[in-house]
Design a protein around this ligand. Structure first.
Ligand code: HAM
Length: 422
């Protein structure tokens, strides 16, 4: 045994894992295409400066950072959003906004390893940049749910829980907490359930909130329905009308049963400003399957024009575990045709036959050396091919080959002259 192993938290993808990954990526790509997103990409190495942000986010503590040989401070990206924002800002003069962009990005975070957390993961991103209306939130959530549906994940398995930072800001305004303290309070509240309540009290109190307001804020945070929160706010609250428009559009997208208001959804990233959402399995165990929301200041923070944006990040780790738990991952599709032969003398014919089928667009696995029929059929017998062709000396003499349909257990004779055109 080699003394080398994959670095902790990083992943090897053997062919079986790769087949599963491809199935997931295909579902992501198809959903993005169906909803009109354009694909983009960038290098996994970013400048550290772009990724670092001030202010209490876990993600900035987890960055894999290094210097290149010229002393530049670089990093492996922990998420795609700053890169996307940088790319849009660079072309802001020439891009016709809004744009709908998608990518599958490999990301790295130095995380404590628990279920659903790796130090390397792939993250499907959907972002709509330049659209102020809630149609953008509805579009990204509907796209992600469409991928979930095509993977067989229904509302009894997982649901999207949503809330709004704007709503919480309006609540904080009624408690006379200045706007400048809201972002800090959001990040503290996001830690509820992960650290003791006293610690959160301390963090929120550090933002200058009075003991009385703190009590009221915690009362709001324990509310379970949007109607309860509605009573606290004026009838013309912009956050409430946005949430109701979101609900309305989600119903038109046909996914009303897959979304649920939950005030505890805040998100651990600092840049969100409006509606936020996270998808969990219905028991709400483990890490979010996907998460995102509206972010209105990130592009201007990076030197661009003020531009509203909405996006989602959907990792490969949690969903793969969920698909396995529910038996939804399935197995890799079998090879279409596998060709074997008895003696080296039939290698040329077998290669010609393989070439002919491959030219027709069939997927063909050609044996690399001669083998006994018994060995060939037992090798491919375990669901690894749909059709089998085994070529022996008689076939050349008869001018035919036999193609076995392995599931129907039927056999068909094919004329070599038809197949090879000679
Ligand atoms: P995030 O919530 O940090 O958001 O990550 C999004 C998703 O990526 C998570 O829900 C999870 O599925 C997956 N994920 C993140 N970290 C790990 C990890 N260490 N191991 C396994 N899976 C992980 C963002 O990154 C935002 N940038 C998403 C976004 C795009 N917001 C707007 N646009």
């Amino acid at each position: 045994m080699s003394s080398y192993s994959v670095p902790r938290g990083m992943r090897d993808f053997y062919p079986d894992d790769m087949a599963r990954r491809t199935k997931l990526f295909d579902a992501w790509r198809l959903a993005a295409e169906n909803f009109g997103f354009a694909a983009y990409d960038s290098c996994v190495v970013e400048t550290l400066d772009l990724l670092k942000r001030k202010g209490g986010e876990e993600i900035t503590e987890q960055i894999y950072a290094f210097q290149d040989k010229s002393g530049r401070d670089l990093a492996l990206r922990p998420e795609m959003t700053p890169t996307l924002a940088r790319m849009i800002v660079a072309k802001q003069g020439s891009l016709a906004l809004p744009v709908k962009w998608t990518t599958i990005a490999q990301c790295f975070r130095y995380e404590r390893m628990t279920k659903g957390r790796r130090r390397e993961h792939y993250q499907w991103n959907l972002d709509i940049v330049g659209e102020p209306s809630v149609s953008a939130e509805a579009e990204v959530v509907a796209t992600a749910l469409s991928a979930m549906r095509s993977l067989g994940v229904t509302s009894d398995i997982a649901r999207v829980f949503y809330s709004s930072r704007r709503l919480l800001s309006e609540v904080l305004a009624t408690l006379e907490v200045p706007d400048s303290d809201h972002a800090h309070i959001f990040l503290a509240l996001d830690k509820r359930g992960k650290v003791p309540d006293e610690k959160i009290h301390e963090l929120v109190a550090a933002a200058g909130i009075t003991e009385d307001s703190l009590g009221k804020l915690f009362t709001v945070m324990s509310m379970t329905s949007l109607e309860q929160v509605t009573d606290m706010l004026p009838a013309d609250s912009p956050a409430l009308s946005e949430l109701s428009a979101f609900r309305h559009l989600m119903a038109l997208h046909g996914v009303a049963d897959q979304i649920e208001f939950d005030i505890s959804v805040i998100r651990g990233l600092g840049y969100y400003t409006g509606i936020v959402f996270e998808c969990f399995d219905t028991e709400r165990k483990g890490r979010a399957i996907f998460g995102g929301g509206r972010y209105e200041n990130l592009l201007s923070d990076l030197g661009g024009k003020p531009t509203p944006a909405v996006g989602i990040g959907f990792g490969d780790v949690v969903i793969t575990d969920l698909l396995d738990e529910h038996g939804l991952m399935g197995s890799a599709p079998p090879q279409d045709i596998t060709i074997g032969y008895m003696d080296a003398a039939q290698r040329d014919l077998a290669t010609n036959v393989a070439t002919s089928f491959r030219t027709q667009g069939r997927r063909v696995d050609l044996a690399l050396h001669a083998e006994k029929a018994k060995h060939f059929f037992s090798r491919i017998g375990k669901g690894q091919a749909s059709y089998a062709i085994y070529i022996g000396p008689d076939d050349i003499d008869n001018g035919t080959i036999r193609m076995k349909n392995l599931s129907a257990r039927e056999e068909e004779s094919l004329l070599l002259s038809d197949l090879l055109g000679s």
